[in-house]
Design a protein around this ligand. Sequence first.
Ligand code: FAD
Length: 411
Amino acid sequence: MKTDVVVLGAGIVGVSTALHLQARGRSVILLDRRGPGEETSYGNAGLIERASVIPYAFPREWRKLWRYARNNTPDVSYHPRFLPRVAPWLLRYWWHSSPERLARAAAAMLPLIERSVAEHDALKDDAGISHLFRRDGWIDGARTEAGLARVIAHAEALAPYGLNHQVLDRRALAALEPSLSSVMAGAVHWRDPVSVSDPGAVTRGYAALFQRRGGQLARGDARSLQAAGKGWRVQGVLGLIEASDVVVALGPWSPDVLRPLGYRIPMAVKRGYHQHFALEGGASLSRPVADIESGFVVTPMTLGVRLTTGAEFAPRDAPPSPVQIQRTRALAGQLLPLGQAVEREPWMGCRPCMPDMRPVIGAAPNHPGLWMAFGHAHHGFTLGPVTGKLLAALMTGQAPEFDPAPYGLRR
Ligand SMILES: Cc1cc2nc3c(=O)[nH]c(=O)nc-3n(C[C@H](O)[C@H](O)[C@H](O)COP(=O)(O)OP(=O)(O)OC[C@H]3O[C@@H](n4cnc5c(N)ncnc54)[C@H](O)[C@@H]3O)c2cc1C
C-alpha cells in the first residue's frame, strides 16, 4: 500500500492529525495495533480542560513534598524501587517548575489550550457525536475552608486569562449538584471547559469520520518503522505500507519507535487509574467534580460514574498497582452514594509527560518526512484536535495559526 502519510497511533492525537491531513488533500493511513481510542484516549477523565492554563507543576513547597514522600496520599503514589530510575527526569521536571519557567510553559501552552474547545467543536458535529459533549463546565471542590480559600485564590490568580467561573458555597453547590453530599465546603465552578460522556467513543467517532472521508485504518506494529529511500515503510498486518511522511503519535509508546532512529525522548509517564461505579438511590451527577484535597475526579460517563485517580510514578510496563483507587474509593463514597463497581479490575493508563510540561509537535530534526505529536501529559484529550491542526499545517507548508517553536523537540 502506498500513501502520502502514515500516522502511527490512533489515539485522540493521531486520529485528529489524520483528519486534518486529509482535509488538506493528503492520502492518509492510520495505523495502530488496536482499534482507535482504546488506550489512554479511552480511559481519561473526559475533560476538555479549557481552564487549565497553568500546567501541573512539580510541587516546590517542602510540606507538600514531605507529604508525597510518605507515599500514602490518595493523589500521588510511587513504586519506591523506581525512584532512582525516574529521579533525573523528576529533577528536570522540578527545574522547569520554578515560577519563571512555569510562567514560560504556561505562555507556551496558551495558544493550544485556548483553541481546544473550538477545535473539538469543529470535528464533533461532522462526526455526528455532539450528544457525547456537555457544555456545563466542571467543579473544583474543597472539603475544608482552607482548601476552598486555595481554589478561590487560584481562580483569582487566573483573572488575567478571562476565564468564566463562579464561586459556590455549600448551598450553591448543593443547588447545582443535588446528589453531592455536604462534605464539601464549597467549590469553584469552571464554566468554559467541556466534558464528554465517553472519551473513547469520541476518538472512535473522529476515526469513523476519517474513514467516511476516505481514510484507511490499518493494524500493525509501529516498531516495524524503517526509512526506505526518500520515504518510510511500516509493516501492516495486511501488507507493507509505504509513505513519504510518517507521524509518530503513539502517546506513551512514542519513544519505542524513535529510540532506534537515534532520538532520546525525555518522557516519563504518570500512570493513572479509573473505575466506574453505579450510583445508588436514584442519585445523579451532571458534570465532573474534582476533590482538590484528595486529587481525584468523578465524571458522569456512559458506563457509570468514572472515578479517576492522580499520578503514579512507576515503570510504564509494570503490572497495575491500583492503590490509589483503593484510597480514593472510600473518599469518593463520602461525596456520592457509590454502589457496585462496574468493572472487576480498575483500568490503568499512562499520561505521556515531558519534563517541561509541553508536548512535542513538529518535524524530527534529523529525518526528513518524520513528524512528531506526543507528550500531552494531563491534557492530551483536550489538545488532540488543536495538535492535529497545527501539525497538518506544518506538514503541508501552510502558515500555522501560532508559533510552533515552543513544541519543537529541540526547544
Ligand atoms: C487517568 C487519566 C486521566 C486523564 N484525564 C484527562 C482529561 O480529563 N482531559 C485530558 O485532556 N486528558 C486527560 N488525560 C490525558 C490524556 O488521556 C492523554 O494525554 C491522551 O489520551 C494521549 O493521547 P495520545 O493519542 O497521545 O495517546 P494514546 O491515546 O495512548 O494513543 C496511542 C496509540 O498508540 C498505539 N500504539 C502504541 N504502541 C503501538 C505500536 N507499537 N504499534 C501500533 N500502535 C501502537 C496505542 O494502541 C494507542 O492507540 C488523562 C490521562 C489519564 C491516564
